[in-house]
Structures are given as C-alpha cells and as structure tokens.
Design a protein around this ligand. Structure first.
Ligand code: T4K
Length: 391
C-alpha cells in the first residue's frame, strides 16, 4: 500500500474508523526544560536589553557546552546548516568533498551551496554510517575533504576515516547533528577531526529552538569561526575576514542552558523508550530495531526500525498504518540525498555506487520518542505495527 500525504486530521480516519490518538504523535516533538527557569532567563535578557551579538547568555552557553563535551572551543551558531557552511569554508574545502548520501540533505547542501561538489559514498548497513572502503573508492585528485556523519547519534568510523584522510592529505570534519551526548571510544563526540558540527534544532534531543555549534580543540580555527559568524568583524570598525551572519541569539542560548540542566533526564526517558520498543517489537519477522553500541553513550533519540523482505507488510504500509492512527512516523532520509535535487539531475548515476544506501533507504521507519510520548502510547504504536505485520 503506498503511503499517502497527510494534509489534515480528517484525512487520517481510514474506513470511517477513529484514529487511535486524538493528538498527532510526531517524530521530533521537542523536549522542553523547566519553563520557569527558561522564563527567568528570558526576563534577564529583557532586563539586560542585550538580545544578540555574542551576549552574556551565549557566552555562558558556549562555556557550558565546551565543559560538558570536554572540548576547548564551542562556537555557537544560529543553526546547524550555517555552522556546517562556516566550518567548511573555514577549513578551506573546495573541489570535491566525500559525504554519505544517507543523511539529512543539509550535509550535502552545505557543500553545494558554496560551489563544492558533494561526492556520495556508500554506508555500512549495520551502522548506517560511512563505509571507509567506500570512501576510499570515491577519492579523486579533486578531493579535499571528508565529512563523516554520526548518524542516529552513533559515531562514524572515526579512526578509519582519520587514517584515510591523513594518507591522502584530506581535511576531516564531522556532522555531529545527531550526536550531542554520544561518545566514540569513551570520548565525547565534539573533539574529533578538525572540528565537529552540532545541530540544536527543536527536533533534536538537546535543543535551543534553532541553533548549532562548531566545536574544536584548534585555537586558530576557533578564532576564524568566530570571525566568520560575525561578518569578519574584530572590534567595532575593523573587518579582517570575509564573513556572514551565523550568530546565535540570546533567547536560544537561554533555551539551551535550560535544556542542558535536564538533558540527563531526557536521555533516561529515551533509553527507557528504546528498550520498551525493543521488547514490544521483538519477534515480528522482518522488523528489526537498529541497536545502539552498548559500549558507548548515546542520547537514544532515534528509534529506527528496518523492515525487510521477510516482513508480511511493506515499509510504506507500516508508515501509512501509523499515520492513519495519527502517528507521524518518518522515512527519514528517504530516498537518499543523491536522489534529491539538485543531485539527482547532476549525478544521475550516483546510485550505482550506493547499493547499501538504496537498500537501507527502502527499509527505515523512525518512531516517536522523547518526553512527549507516554508508555501507553508507545505500546499502542507497537500494537499498530504488530497488527499490520502479523494480521
Ligand atoms: N545534519 C544532519 C545530519 C541533520 O539531521 C540536520 C538537521 C542538519 C545537519 C542541519 O541542522 P539544522 O540546520 O536543522 O540545525 C528536521 C529538522 O528540521 C532538522 O533540524 C533535522 N536535521 C532533520 C533530521 O529533521 P523535519 O523535516 O523532521 O522537520 P519538521 O518540521 O517536519 O518537524 C518534525 C516533527 O516535529 C513535526 O512533525 C512536528 C514536530 N515539531 C517540530 C517543530 C519544529 C514540533 O512538535 N515542534 C516544533 O517546534 O526536519
């Protein structure tokens, strides 16, 4: 059964039956910290009359994030995409840069937007992260860098990518949009490659409404990033570098400081939800919950199931059944960046090198989690999946 576009609540009732949930349950419902603490911070901002441009709230936010991650510099930005663009430019990337296709399209767009060709490499189907051997195959004389993505918060193969980068004289950076609170070999994501880029969008486990950051241990790079996010200004009258407006505003930093205080609780809820999904979905032929690496920390923010040929229902039938019950499950990042525009027209044969990406893209469903979903709702979601798969 093909999935259909849901336009209104009325569209959701199938065969006249009422959907299971009155309210829509979304993938990406924001986790909110303590409202009073947030409002108190907003009042302080209003009292200060300092709304943006590296204000006290942003400076405190940067320090707290750097401490939390154990990294020297956190440069806060207005969102993850601009943070990627600025980091890419600060590293001097040009020509071709290798990225996964299986990621949010912002990873590729942030290169293309500045005249750099994103070259898509295939993934390891067990982790959904870049396959180092596939990366090697895509290197050409025009390649200047690799952007690894820690997809679903699971660390990319950092050591293997580092080895390839140093063998070929390439820059290595990471899109850590999903990986706040994750570790690689016990160390916080945020310290690997030349720099790492976070998204703190509303739909992330840790959010600043809109926001992002570049983190690095490199003093010179951090200084360049700070210049670039503020038009290249140093002081009031002196522009010493090309730049743009990538600044985080004070209210977003206030949200971040407030949410950071509750981040541990949110991770605990996510972990509990993930385990409940694992138990409730066990034993459905052809439905597999993508696991997390038990040796590493993860915010468990993404509940990813894969539906393969052994399942009695198709992936799209499961998504449609969930949407009919008011559960907005997602096929993130279907059909893969290489099949989105402009890449689809520019590189019509890219898919030939991406068989695993193509397979995974046809299998994934992401389910709701976080504080917005109750244990009972989670059980109902699993019952819908069992019904459609087992009849
Ligand atoms: N790299 C990677 C690997 C990324 O995943 C992303 C962003 C980036 C880079 C770029 O970072 P940013 O520039 O975004 O900081 C979302 C987010 O917009 C995007 O941040 C995220 N990745 C991507 C994976 O997902 P959608 O298409 O899910 O957004 P939307 O508006 O459909 O929201 C999802 C659901 O959440 C909705 O059904 C309703 C609910 N929702 C959403 C918002 C914004 C709420 O309940 N409240 C809200 O305020 O893209």
């Amino acid at each position: 059964m093909p999935s259909k576009t849901i336009r209104s609540k009325a569209d959701l009732a199938i065969n006249g039956a009422a959907p299971a949930f009155d309210e829509l349950l979304h993938v990406g419902r924001p986790n909110l910290g303590d409202r009073e603490a947030f409002l108190e911070r907003v009042n302080r901002i209003l009292d200060n009359q300092w709304l943006t441009n590296n204000g006290p709230m942003v400076r405190e936010f940067e320090q707290r994030i750097a401490d939390y991650l154990g990294v020297k510099h956190c440069v806060a930005m207005c969102n993850g995409t601009i943070a990627l663009e600025i980091a890419i430019r600060a590293l001097g990337l040009e020509g071709e840069v290798i990225v996964p296709s299986w990621t949010f399209v912002a990873t590729a767009h942030s290169l293309y937007w500045q005249g750099i060709t994103p070259v898509f490499a295939d993934i390891d189907p067990a982790t959904h992260n870049l396959d180092p051997e596939a990366v090697r195959r895509m290197i050409t004389p025009r390649t200047t860098g690799i952007i690894g993505v820690h997809l679903w918060g699971r660390a990319a193969p950092v050591d293997a990518l580092r080895e390839i980068a140093s063998e070929h004289g390439l820059k290595l950076m990471f899109d850590a949009a999903h990986a706040f609170g994750s570790t690689y070999k016990g160390q916080s994501i945020g310290r690997f490659g030349e720099c790492e880029v976070f998204s703190f969008h509303a739909t992330k486990s840790f959010n600043t409404m809109e926001g992002g950051a570049v983190t690095t241990d490199d003093d010179d790079l951090a200084e360049t990033l700070r210049l670039m996010r503020n038009f290249g200004f140093i002081g009031y009258d002196n522009v010493i570098h090309p730049g743009t407006n990538g600044k985080m505003i004070e209210v977003c930093a206030a949200m971040g400081l407030t949410n950071l205080e509750r981040f541990g609780d949110i991770v605990a809820v996510n972990r509990r939800n993930h385990e409940a999904y694992r138990q409730a979905l066990a034993g459905i032929p052809g439905v597999t919950l993508l696991g997390y690496d038990a040796q590493e920390r993860n915010s468990h923010h993404y509940v990813v199931i894969e539906v393969d040929e052994a399942c009695a229902a198709t992936r799209d039938a499961i998504v449609a059944a969930l949407q009919a019950e008011n559960v907005l499950a997602r096929k993130y990042f279907w059909p893969g960046s290489h099949r989105m525009q402009p890449y689809r027209d520019l590189f019509p044969h890219a898919g030939l090198m991406l068989p695993e990406t193509a397979r995974v893209a046809e299998r994934v469903v992401v389910l709701p989690t976080g504080e917005a979903i109750e244990p009972q709702q989670l059980e109902t979601i699993c019952a819908v999946i069992r019904n459609v798969c087992l009849g």
